[in-house]
Design a protein around this ligand. Structure first.
Ligand code: NIG
Ligand code: FE
Length: 419
């Protein structure tokens, strides 16, 4: 039995509490312990947290991990990434800066379409080789759980292949990966010509791709880009209802660039999360707040797109919603692996408190992935997912913006990122 005792931390951010999403004012209650405190781990699980003497007694003979006066937190959870892609798309950043909007680049066959062309031309081995170092970089900033979406294949073959690559990656990294099927990321160019062809793609998604994904058991969630110019509310309702009936959890890219009612649809369908929400309506805020759907905000995307409008985090929290934060790591709109930078944006752009942003990348991000009773807290019974940061105070995490303070991480008690 492998036993670890983490001692000598300046603070232990436990986020301990009920194993459910924290709503509204509960988000400000992220527990921080200081003084002579420790965390005991046995067989990949946390068995005790508290005063060092009594915690040590829970794991006799454990190997000590000297935290060296750093802060110990739950391993961070990045609940929204598109980490599986081929080449980066740096040419689009300058195009947007000089006046060509994101959706116009897509209309010209760039954007997601460019990544689709690229991925279809690559072998599985190449995709594994490209993605593994990106996952290691996400881990090097403190993540121990990462959701990874498909969505750059858009054929039955290439979407299954993408999800299978994610499955292969799971065997190569100690990170916990959560696979999401995003076959509805775009209407592929070959189906874009006529309304009839478009309906054919929705049929392909619902009647062929979804059953294939479910029978292979390669995805935990289904997601869709519900947005003006991409999938409509009706198409989203149709596909996601079928996905729920087939046993997948639901996620939506909702109200990202224009208001379309995606947040309301997420609440109606009982989705695990509604993501983006920069253009959410007041009614969407009310409906999400009254639901169990986590509002996952991705401020790095709006920042990188050069948009001034951010999701209304304060309104969401005031209304009682559960807010999570994630990187949206992808080659088009958010090429960052730095989840702590998203904490900075959460505080400085979304006006959240430090406790709220910590809750947003731990407990609430776990809830967005259906893992709230397994990870996101340093408390007995939870997976031993921990991150150690070169800081003496939790407020330094969002403060030293862009820096990489992460010293080491453990996922399920195994070293994940090493110093
Ligand atoms: O979350 N909005 C759709 N999907 C991604 C962008 C993907 C891309 O541009 O490649 C997003 O922003
Ligand atoms: Fe996204």
């Amino acid at each position: 039995m492998s036993k670890l005792l983490f001692v000598n931390a300046s603070q232990i951010v436990t986020c301990a509490g009920p194993a459910r999403a924290r709503h509204g004012s509960e988000m400000a209650e992220a527990e921080v312990l200081s003084g002579d405190v420790a965390v005991a781990v046995a067989d990949g699980r946390i068995v005790a947290v508290g005063p060092t003497a009594s915690t040590a007694a829970a794991v006799p003979g454990a190997s000590e991990v000297d935290c060296g006066g750093r802060i110990l937190t739950p391993g961070l959870i990045d609940s929204h990434t598109h980490a599986l892609f081929g080449r980066p798309r740096f040419e689009e950043q300058e195009l947007r800066a000089t006046g060509v909007p994101y959706m116009e680049i897509a209309r010209r066959g760039g954007g997601i379409h460019a990544s689709v062309r690229d991925l279809r031309g690559r072998s599985d081995d190449e995709l594994v080789e490209l993605t593994l170092p990106r996952l290691q970089r996400l881990a090097s900033y403190g993540a121990t759980t990462v959701e990874v979406k498909s969505g750059y294949g858009l054929t039955v073959h290439d979407e299954l292949r993408s999800l299978d690559v994610i499955r292969r990656l799971q065997a190569l990294t100690p990170l916990r990966l959560v696979p999401t099927w995003l076959g509805a990321h775009e209407i592929p160019l070959e189906y874009r010509e006529t309304a009839v062809a478009r309906a054919d793609y929705v049929r392909l998604l619902t009647e062929e791709m979804l059953p294939a994904v479910v029978s292979q058991g390669v995805a935990r969630f289904a997601d869709i880009f519900c947005e003006t110019g991409v999938f409509t509310i009706e198409e989203s309702r149709h596909l996601l209802s079928a996905a729920a009936a087939a046993g997948l959890g639901l996620k939506l890219h909702a109200d990202e660039l224009e208001t379309s009612g995606g947040a309301e649809l997420a609440a109606e369908l009982g989705a695990a999360s509604a993501d983006h929400l920069a253009a959410i309506s007041p009614e969407g805020v009310r409906q999400l707040a009254a639901s169990d759907t986590v509002a996952t905000l991705l401020p790095g995307t709006m920042f990188f797109l050069g948009r001034t409008r951010q999701a209304p985090a304060r309104e969401l929290i005031a209304a009682g919603a559960a807010v999570a934060l994630a990187t949206d790591f992808n080659p088009g709109t958010s090429p960052t692996v730095n989840l702590p930078l998203v904490l900075t944006l959460g505080v400085s752009q979304l006006h959240m408190s430090v406790a709220e942003v910590m809750t947003a990348v731990t407990v609430n991000a776990a809830a967005a992935l259906g893992l709230v009773s397994r990870t996101g807290q340093l408390a007995p019974g939870f997976s031993a997912d921990l991150a150690l940061f070169d800081a003496a105070d939790v407020r330094e995490l969002p403060y030293w913006y862009g820096d990489r303070l992460c010293h080491a991480t453990w996922a399920r008690g195994q070293p994940c990122h090493r110093p």
